[in-house]
Design a protein around this ligand. Sequence first.
Ligand SMILES: [Zn+2]
Length: 460
Amino acid sequence: MSVLKSLAASFSAIALLATPALVAAQLEARNVILIIGDGMDDQQITIARNYLAGARGRLSLDQMPLRGVSQVLTVSEHGTPVYVADSANSATALATGQVTSRGRIATSAGEDKPITSIIEIAEAAGLKTGLVSTASVTDATPAAFVAHINARFCENPEAMKDVTFSGIRVGDCSHHLKAAGGLGSISEQIAVSGVDVVLGGGLTHFEVPAENSSDTVIQVAEANGFHVVTTAGDMASAPKDKKLLGLFSPNTLPVRWQGENGRTAEKPEPSWANHITQYIGSVKMPDPMVCEPNPDYAGTPSLKQMTDVALDRLSNDRGFFLMIESASIDKQSHERKPCGSIGELAQLNEAVDSALAYAKLFPNTLIIVTADHGQAAQLIPEESLFAAFGVPVFTRGRLARIKTPEGAIMGVNYATNDFIMEEHTGVNVPLFSNAVGVGLVPNMLVQPQIFEITRDYLGL
Ligand SMILES: [Zn+2]
């Protein structure tokens, strides 16, 4: 009885179920929690670990029994390999088991055909499903689990033609308009989906009118059985008899941390003499900085809070699939903001704690933690070794020198390009699993195998 009491205390859904037979069924049910750190390669994990736990410390992630690597696969529209992924094609691989081209949301390269996702398969079999993200819920990673469209930026009805990103035209989804026989934009596809819990940012994409309708996309979602909330308080008290759509900011959720006074990585400044030849002159390196709380984060639900609400609502006697994304490890790295990425990785680690606590109560819960692709940040010497020889060697990229709580300085470098934002890298990414995954998840796999392992574990 004490087990049942502790279960009931932890998960109110169980208290409502009440009968021992149903609780027993819930304990037997198989669940999969897939946690994706967007851009969370081993550079990002090491940088975050150094700051959060110290050079000899361990994150919860590090204590998971299975640790391996996942090869990221991407193809061109013609099927030849592309060695660096984006979140759309890599999330498609995780969600559907199919390798596709960059920018695509669960559609095939070349043919542009929808590919069925694990969420659609799970729903059809009567399992509950959920998507939690610190990005807009219409962003590439969550979108690939629920929507099908040729271009990731077609997030709402108004973005379907002449898609622009930072003022540059990046595509056209007009052949996926409902009027053209398509499924419509990503927010419209979420609004008519059967996903039980959808939590994250992206209110902007739901406040606009649906295609050829006087109703907003929010109204379409409500008509399709979603209870829509925009605050953490309303999320916690939302009725349990409806699907839940939580949209807690206009777009990506504010991140927890920022650099001192909002600083990013900065360019070292060589003296005039060094411009003549790199062997002479001097260089002024960026001043060291600490990480500090981001004031814009106040009031934002944490990834852990959203995860706990999702687990509570999804827990049932048939099983569930839940995808949780910590999105801004990637987004902050694009902007050369190491403190933002570290705070976001702390959030992922807390979500891992929640998932592990759930799996302790419900032992048939497979937890897989991985990344979708590599990112730009590199942990480099905060002062070049060549400085000892009086040679002013410095990175041609941007460098942050971060004062860690251990009293040391950590150099984080960004140098994929010299444009407005950094790019991804093509490294294989980390893979972790709880005890359920040992013997089930190989130490080295290709990304689409994560879909197959999930499908097979859920018996689908
Ligand atoms: Zn990215």
